[in-house]
Design a protein around this ligand. Structure first.
Ligand SMILES: NC(=O)c1ccc[n+]([C@@H]2O[C@H](COP(=O)([O-])OP(=O)(O)OC[C@H]3O[C@@H](n4cnc5c(N)ncnc54)[C@H](O)[C@@H]3O)[C@@H](O)[C@H]2O)c1
Ligand SMILES: O=C(O)C(=O)C[C@@H](O)[C@H](O)[C@H](O)COP(=O)(O)O
Ligand SMILES: [Zn+2]
Length: 348
């Protein structure tokens, strides 16, 4: 269940009173410790003891070493099966915290309190948890629902602009795959800012929630949420491997541009629609230089995408603005042409 918190966090307090947890562990990173934890602790009313688990910020932390440290700390602190983990942070915290909670002692309860735009609209919802393996994104994880998701949009007040823009990419994705009106409202925003995006959070969350309710384990329609991620994840992984990580939403924006062109090459959308999509995404995101990455390196990662079957790359591609197909296999020639197209955008 998703709840928009009021200013005294009464719904969170009701939840904590109604349930009988043994102890609370609050997972934060350095930034959410500084900016969000004081707000949470200032409003949280509970007789239960709590411990703070802190990690460094960033995608580089979303790995087995960090998971191992967290499992060890939970063990040393004798967290039992009635302990609750509160994930207070962005997608790294909700992915990682959900993963350690859903595996520790074969699963303890957790709630998500997302603090980035990306985690409010996307990562905290839907129960995909996980960590990266080597530089491959989200290769190890679980499907595990949080007990509750509590949204407090005012957390966005301290979020850096680049992070806000990163989350906006997933909102654009939600419009593109499922709701043309949402897309059209989002692209009315000329200057991205917290006040401009807050009115659209609920719609974006609902789109994600609706898709997940139809297909939790990603057997069919949930794959549409992966639009832009087949190429986007490959590029994000290569940047991570180089020790030069980019933000997830930046990779998704790049992926959506290439994959919009790919949809046109595969005759799924008109040239006009592909241009509209690409030009609008370009208004928000600076060009991402992928000139260092060879086609073979990108293709090798595409071949390990989680949506693949029988060694075939399955894309989720737009079939219009507001609709998306999945399990679409493209010609190798068109895949390479879509990457070439992206590289050439820098010359235009
Ligand atoms: N499970 C899913 O369905 C899903 C969906 C989308 C993305 N993801 C994953 O989410 C991750 C990206 O999430 P993200 O963009 O939230 O990144 P993030 O968790 O790294 O947070 C971004 C940055 O903002 C800081 N921050 C967070 N909240 C803040 C606040 N209120 N004020 C100031 N600083 C704040 C963090 O410390 C971090 O430096 C990726 O690993 C991606 O793969 C998962
Ligand atoms: O919830 C989903 O399903 C998504 O695909 C949402 C994506 O935005 C998100 O990045 C997700 O973590 C990607 O999942 P993966 O299975 O491709 O790792
Ligand atoms: Zn994503």
């Amino acid at each position: 269940m998703i709840t928009i918190l009021n200013d005294n966090f009464s719904q969170l307090n009701d939840f904590l009173h109604e349930k009988s947890f043994s102890k609370i562990f609050i997972l934060v990173d350095e930034n959410t410790h500084e900016y969000c934890l004081p707000i949470l602790l200032g409003n949280m009313e509970t007789d239960l003891g709590f411990e703070i688990l802190e990690i460094e910020p960033g995608e580089e932390m979303k790995n087995i070493q960090t998971a191992n440290q967290l499992w060890e700390i939970l063990t040393e602190m004798q967290a039992d099966r009635k302990a609750l983990i509160i994930n207070l942070g962005g997608g790294v915290i909700t992915d990682m915290g959900g993963f350690i909670a859903s595996t520790y002692k074969r699963g303890i309860q957790f709630i998500n309190i997302p603090t980035t735009l990306l985690s409010m609209c996307d990562a905290s919802i839907g129960g995909k948890t996980g960590i990266d393996l080597m530089h491959y994104k989200n290769m190890v994880g679980t499907f595990a629902f949080p007990e509750q998701i509590f949204i407090y949009p005012k957390f966005l007040g301290t979020l850096p602009f680049k992070e806000l823009r990163s989350g906006f990419a997933e909102m654009l994705k939600h419009g593109l795959i499922a709701d043309k009106k949402h897309w059209e409202q989002l692209i009315q925003i000329h200057k991205l800012g917290v006040e401009m995006v807050i009115p659209h959070i609920q719609t974006s969350m609902n789109i994600k929630q609706d898709v997940v309710e139809k297909d939790f384990h990603e057997s069919n329609i949930r794959k549409t949420l992966n639009f832009g991620h087949t190429i986007g994840h490959a590029v994000e992984s290569l940047c991570l491997q180089q020790g030069n990580p980019i933000l997830h939403g930046e990779a998704v924006a790049m992926g959506m541009i290439s994959e919009a062109h790919l949809a046109y090459l595969e005759n799924l959308i008109s040239e006009e629609d592909s241009k509209t999509i690409i030009e609008n995404i370009q208004r928000y995101y600076p060009y991402l230089d992928i000139s260092d990455f060879k086609d073979e390196d990108i293709t090798a990662l595409l071949l390990n995408d989680k949506k693949n079957t029988d060694s075939k790359i399955n894309f989720s591609l737009l079939s219009g603005i507001g609709s998306c197909v999945y399990d679409h296999q493209c010609s190798q020639q068109n895949i390479l042409a879509s990457l070439h197209f992206y590289r050439k955008l820098n010359d235009a």
